[in-house]
Design a protein around this ligand. Sequence first.
Ligand code: C2E
Ligand code: MG
Ligand code: MG
Ligand code: MG
Length: 282
Amino acid sequence: ASKKSGRNRFTYYDRVNNADNERRYRLLRQLPQAIADEQLVLHFQPKVRLEDCAIVGMEALVRWQHPEYGLIYPGDFIAMAEEHGHIQALGDWVMQACCRQIAAWRMQGMDVVPLAFNVSPLQLKDCAFPTRIATCLQHYGVRASDIEVEVTESCLVEPDGLSARVLYQLQNMGVHIALDDFGTGFSSLSQIRALPIGTIKLDKSFVNALRSSHEAGVLVTSIITLAHNLKMQVVAEGVELMDQLVYLKTAGCDVVQGYFLSRPVPAQQAEVLLRQGVLEPA
Ligand code: C2E
Ligand code: MG
Ligand code: MG
Ligand code: MG
């Protein structure tokens, strides 16, 4: 009897796994066409300056509007795109869609804020990346200061220094660079200081820890102070509570992002927020 129930249990998990693998396999097969067919869509999450609640930027986050599965989040397809050689096409689409959006908003006479997009470590290893950005900016009539790139720490441990060279080229073009998920990797602020990074984005795990631990608060305050001494701006990610926002403001954090102020929203809603210009905590 025990043998039988054991076999049933495995059968259950096998079925779940098979469904999951089947979905992953189908997504992988469909991804290139989905990029070409504009099934990808950007949502935008505002970045709010703590001093005056002004919306000082927006982060573009990609989603896949799948005809069958509905809205799929990047956690389900970015790594896949990186592993199977589709990240350049995906990254180019994101960059173009950002520039197109800025141009469209400006055409409507709106005051635009810099649009940030996330860049994969693989994109930074490509020495043609700065040229592709420049071409894209020119094509849409968008300034370098209208965009911002968010890179992760894994971009920086590149031993041949190629990624660093690309970062310097971006800086020379006037593109602002932010270091995403700061604190989750192994780099220290003193290593980062040597690179053209203007902003660190404090990872949401730190912000989340503010809820429960006094030490987290001390750590967050120290990081903010150190970053400011190194002339870097600090954005805190993942702010979900008023208490976290108040703490971060007291600690001198410059800018916050998080569900407490706004989730990432489609372009139409982002436009409403932009026209509003400020986002006061409710
Ligand atoms: P990220 O760049 O660190 O983006 C922040 C993620 O946290 C987003 O998830 C956002 O929706 C989520 N978030 C924002 N506020 C809160 C909050 O208050 N609480 C919590 N729990 N989460 C919050 P999303 O959109 O699922 O993106 C996940 C990751 O996928 C991004 O992390 C980024 O690394 C990657 N990604 C997104 N779009 C792109 C893209 O166009 N290209 C590349 N290469 N990667 C992308
Ligand atoms: Mg980001
Ligand atoms: Mg992040
Ligand atoms: Mg992240």
